[in-house]
Ligand binder design. Structure first.
Ligand SMILES: Nc1ncnc2c1ncn2[C@@H]1O[C@H](COP(=O)(O)OP(=O)(O)OP(=O)(O)O)[C@@H](O)[C@H]1O
Length: 345
């Protein structure tokens, strides 16, 4: 029996810019957008997570939509705490004693988090009744969740493209030996699409529409082997002010995303150029492990493979690898103590 086994209740959290995922008893029990809506006058919470997401772009001036994270870090602590509290309350409906008992919690955080940010995350978790709080860097959690043995004396490269950040990390013996966190990811792709359609098609579209376009016809390359059909989209005509519908092809969207993808490529190339030669040799053989929701963009694996001349493996369930890996670490703390950012306090 391991030292930590007496602590039964375990909660793993991936606090993401776009999505918050929580596992409880080994299963993903919360998978919601990281959004909260409040009444500006009373300060009362109106909706959290999925329900708040459905209100995006459709609220009135008394209601405010808050995204507790921007670019991977907490930008609104109060909203983060409120959101987490609601999610944990929802968990407690699965086990009524949970809300009143204390539990072990692991939270995945971006590599670029500062001491102050880490402490703030821990303070919030403590106020939510967490007894022991462990932190893990997202790319390490993603690697473990993707089935990579990070404890080996062998280099592995992870590129985790989330909503707010792309985390690039080279891991060996359970630690990140080189890497960077760039603030270009899925949200930037949405902004690129919005700007392109505004500039070249004279149409003003909302955030949800940009996301829909990206998922339906977004592409990182212009010569897809199985291209998606053109789509019709709606927005506000910038010249007449009237509602308008236009048709879009994937090639247009590919053009609009090119600059951001090039920046991600440059960051990957820079990281590759900084790693020690022995690790470089490992990565030549193992390639790059691509994960995070942004990695699902059509043709992105192919494009990155062409640029780096390395094999690129697209993980299964890329939206879930971080929380899955965090959950594995929490269940096997004796084995994984060394991968934690901060040990038990
Ligand atoms: N099929 C898809 N094609 C392209 N992008 C997608 C697809 N599905 C989801 N995404 C994008 O994935 C992003 C969210 O990914 P993920 O949940 O891994 O990020 P996060 O953990 O919330 O963010 P971060 O790691 O930056 O804090 C969003 O930008 C979303 O639009």
């Amino acid at each position: 029996m391991g030292f930590f086994d007496f602590l039964n209740e375990k909660i793993a959290i991936d606090l993401g810019t776009s999505n918050t995922l929580i596992t409880y008893k080994g299963k993903i029990a919360v998978d919601n957008p990281s959004i909260i809506t409040i009444n500006q006058i009373s300060g009362k919470i109106i909706a959290v997570g999925k329900e708040a997401g459905m209100m995006r772009g459709k609220i009135n001036k008394n209601i405010k939509t808050i995204y507790p994270f921007s670019n991977g870090v907490i930008s609104n602590f109060d909203a983060t705490e409120k959101m987490l509290k609601t999610f944990i309350k929802r968990l407690s409906s699965l086990n009524s004693s949970l809300f009143f008992s204390s539990y072990n919690m692991i939270i995945a955080i971006p590599c670029g988090s500062t001491e102050v940010e880490m402490r703030a995350v821990q303070e919030s978790a403590k106020r939510l009744n967490a007894k022991n709080i462990f932190l893990i860097h997202e790319p390490i959690a993603a690697a473990i969740g993707g089935g990579i043995n990070v404890l080996e004396p062998k280099g592995n490269m992870i590129v985790d493209i989330g909503g707010g950040t792309t985390e690039i990390a080279v891991i060996s013996l359970g630690r990140i030996i080189s890497g960077q966190s760039v603030k270009i990811a899925g949200n930037t792709f949405n902004e690129d699409i919005t700007q392109y359609i505004r500039e070249f098609r004279n149409l003003h579209i909302g955030e949800s529409m940009a996301e829909k376009i990206k998922i339906k016809i977004g592409s990182a390359i212009h010569n897809l082997t199985s291209p998606p059909d053109n789509i019709q989209i709606e927005g506000r005509d910038l010249l007449t002010g009237k509602p308008q519908q236009i048709q879009l092809s994937y090639k247009e969207i590919e053009k609009s995303l090119d600059k951001s993808i090039t920046q991600i490529e440059n960051a990957i190339m820079e990281t590759l150029s900084e790693i020690p030669p022995e690790i470089s040799a490992d990565i030549y053989n193992t390639g790059i492990y691509l994960t995070g929701g942004g990695s699902m963009l059509r043709g992105l694996d192919e494009r990155l493979s062409r640029t780096t001349e390395l094999p690129v493996h697209l993980g299964e369930q890329p939206l879930k690898t971080v929380v899955k890996g965090s959950d594995i670490v929490l269940k096997n703390l004796d084995r994984y103590t060394d991968v934690l950012v901060q040990k038990r306090r």
